[in-house]
Design a protein around this ligand. Structure first.
Ligand code: ZN
Length: 359
């Protein structure tokens, strides 16, 4: 798979040729003249899901209701259940105590700090107060990041799923240390953004392609989602889940995704996984979210389709993106897991800031 790898920026001398090449072929700025026949997820001007979706057919009344709810949320943060967030000092100490052992730490939302074979991997880093292009509008986080940005260890690898503001947070990325030694793995169309932000090692890959970083392999897998950052760039850049493998351990990171029957086939081809990190929040209103996010029940099904042994919840309890009660998801997630005969110790709903060893 690595033969197909587009290494977007290997250094200053390669910058012009490689970045421009990748951007012209796959980026947001330029349409593809004729999408490759063997890649049905490529379109003339961007990307689509494996089943042709999203034809996101969302009723206008749903949008109105949703927008009204959003206004109300911004006025009042929800009550946070006890234990949902660890004190930052405890979280930092626990992370340090785990040392080089394989472990996972929930920073919040889709942001995990994963230690694997002595390397530190960060997923969808979002640690700022708002998921938006500005400081003063957009969904506001109602809990602090589990590990303050200043206490993050040096990051070896960033895995970025797609360009929505709660996954690709430019202010967080700009604030990360050691950008010159961090390797970034992004789906097609997002490499140039990271080069602009100062990252020097950027792998921009298509679904089913892999990037190898020392002992870690990251493979881009289809998610059922969409992309947009501006007013006229819908689905111009790709979205992805990821298989992260190292020293015999395999972790599936779903990215943002709705459920689809084809995950069973993906699981047959790319599974099984020791751990499956899946999104359990932002699922209401269904008329709107069915195209982009799983319900807690579908999250269990998706993880099991992928062949995950232990399920890890993400994309909830941090910012309010859907209209469901913000702390409803874990109970539904666990109930579905029980119904599918999973033992309770194979369903992990971490506290924000919590570190768990990966045995
Ligand atoms: Zn998204």
């Amino acid at each position: 798979m690595t033969g197909h790898l587009r290494r977007v920026a290997a250094g200053a001398t390669l910058f012009g040729a490689t970045v421009f090449g990748a951007w012209t072929m796959f980026g947001a700025a330029t349409a593809q003249q004729s999408p490759p026949q063997d890649k049905p997820w490529h379109t003339a001007d961007g990307f689509r899901n494996l089943d042709g979706a999203p034809e996101r057919d969302i009723p206008f009344s749903t949008y109105l209701e949703f927008s009204w709810q959003r206004l109300q949320w911004s006025a009042q943060a929800p009550a946070i259940p006890p234990g949902h967030v660890l004190p930052a000092a405890d979280a930092v100490a626990a992370l340090a105590a785990a040392g080089d052992a394989d472990s996972i730490t929930w920073i919040g939302h889709a942001t995990f700090l994963i230690r694997l074979v002595g390397m530190t991997i960060l997923t969808d880093p979002f640690l700022m107060p708002r998921a938006s292009p500005a400081n003063f509008i957009g969904p506001k986080r109602f809990v602090p990041p589990g590990i303050p940005i200043a206490d993050l260890p040096p990051i070896d690898v960033i895995v970025l799923s797609h360009n929505h503001y709660d996954s690709l947070d430019e202010r967080t990325l700009a604030a990360l240390p050691n950008k010159d030694t961090t390797t970034v793995v992004v789906p097609l169309g997002l490499g140039a953004t990271f080069v602009r932000l100062g990252f020097e090692r950027v792998h921009e890959i298509d679904w089913f392609e892999s990037a190898e970083i020392a002992a870690i392999t990251v493979t881009a897998l289809p998610a059922r989602h969409w992309s947009r950052r501006g007013l006229a760039d819908e689905n111009r850049t790709l979205w992805m889940g990821a298989a992260i493998a190292g020293a015999g351990k395999r972790i599936y990171f779903s990215g943002d995704s709705a459920y689809a029957p084809y995950f069973a086939d993906l699981g047959d081809r790319f599974g099984p996984f020791d751990y499956g990190i899946v999104g359990i929040g932002a699922y209401e209103p269904r008329a709107m979210m069915q195209y982009s996010h799983t319900t807690p029940e579908e999250a269990v099904d998706l993880a099991l389709d992928m062949g995950a042994g232990t399920l890890i919840a993400m994309h909830w309890g941090t910012i309010q993106l859907g209209t469901e009660p913000p702390f409803e998801a874990p109970a539904r997630f666990r109930a579905r897991a029980r119904a599918r005969d999973l033992a309770a110790d194979r369903v992990w709903v971490l506290a924000i800031g919590e570190t768990r060893r990966l045995p």
